[in-house]
Write a protein that binds this ligand. Sequence first.
Ligand SMILES: Cc1cc2nc3c(=O)[nH]c(=O)nc-3n(C[C@H](O)[C@H](O)[C@H](O)COP(=O)(O)OP(=O)(O)OC[C@H]3O[C@@H](n4cnc5c(N)ncnc54)[C@H](O)[C@@H]3O)c2cc1C
Length: 381
Amino acid sequence: MDLAQTARTEALRAEARAWLRDHVPARPLPSLETEEGFAAHREWEALLHTGRWSAVSWPEEYGGRGADLFGWLAFEEEYWAAGAPGRVSQNGVSLLAPTLLAHGTAEQRARVLPPMAGGEVVWAQAWSEPEAGSDLAALRSRAVRTEGGWLLSGQKTWSSRAAFADRAFGIFRTDPGAARPHQGLTYLMFGLRDPGVTVRPIGRLDGKPAFAEIFLDEVFVPDEDVIGEPGQGWRIAMSATGDERGLTLRSPGRFLAAADRLAELWRQAGDPADTAIRDRVADAVIGARAYRLFTAASASRFAAGAALGPESSLNKVFWSTYDIALHETALDLLDPDAEAADGEWAQGYVFALAGPVYAGTNEIQRDIIAERLLGLPKGRR
Ligand SMILES: Cc1cc2nc3c(=O)[nH]c(=O)nc-3n(C[C@H](O)[C@H](O)[C@H](O)COP(=O)(O)OP(=O)(O)OC[C@H]3O[C@@H](n4cnc5c(N)ncnc54)[C@H](O)[C@@H]3O)c2cc1C
């Protein structure tokens, strides 16, 4: 064990805890899936940035702290334990930023990262299309070469928070004649309010309007907004997805905090004679701690130079099914009508239901686990 590294992590943890104690809003912000809540969360991002807490693992020159994965995990534990707001900038901070740091130009990093860190520019992920979700390489939206850039046309869908976000990143077909669907794709950034863009909210179970589809009609993107080389879009996009699923999208800190809240709910509302529900609460606490250890092991392998690879699918299936079970236990502890109410647990439950679908469905993750981790034969497609 590297004690110097541990001391650095613990110093960062203590500093984060003190800052969060002084700055986390006393009352929860309105949902970030609404226009009002989105604006309030954008202000929170700006405040986080004043403390250099909005992107702790980025290099300092872009507003980060240059923390390693252990520092980030410690920060996340403090963040969620403090009851801090959800992150409206998550797509940018945890998906686009790592991509730019790995594949972008120095000019792109200097132009895109600081306003992202301050919440001035909030990003949406525009990957999925109506017939290209699990089979993402089947995407049909295209980018056609024009003077000084590209013209985008097509339709993207299921884009989280796109109704209120400022810009988006996605992959587009630039060579329709390429031999394989994964080839001839290019990774681009575009403005959601640029001429030719129409953003239309998609109804959600909870009625909140931020989830959207995006229609593109000859939208101009200058060359400086292409990430990496044209035609290399698939390789570049895939370099971030493993991290999203496996680590950065749902840190153990979220579940440790949620499991603590669940245990507290049981202390207040639980019936000591009902051992079945008591066992489910205990399982939730054990699950959060097990996930923390598993993630720490992955982080150690990462720090030693290993790639995360297919094991990120284990994390994805675990946290998404865990999240549903945790919320179901909370709702079973509350009044029978809690499920219909707009309380914290009911809202969390509705959101948890989407976990097995987004960031790659669990059926696909299970196939990856079966084939690439266990070496089982390919399933029927
Ligand atoms: C809340 C939420 C937020 C999202 N946010 C974003 C976002 O911000 N940006 C973005 O680009 N996308 C986003 N998505 C889209 C998400 O990534 C897709 O919904 C997901 O990849 C599944 O694609 P699909 O909806 O087209 O379903 P399909 O791919 O049509 O899948 C339908 C069902 O068939 C199964 N299936 C499909 N192919 C196979 C196979 N080969 N083997 C076994 N089973 C299979 C799937 O597992 C699933 O159960 C979001 C989705 C949700 C629900």
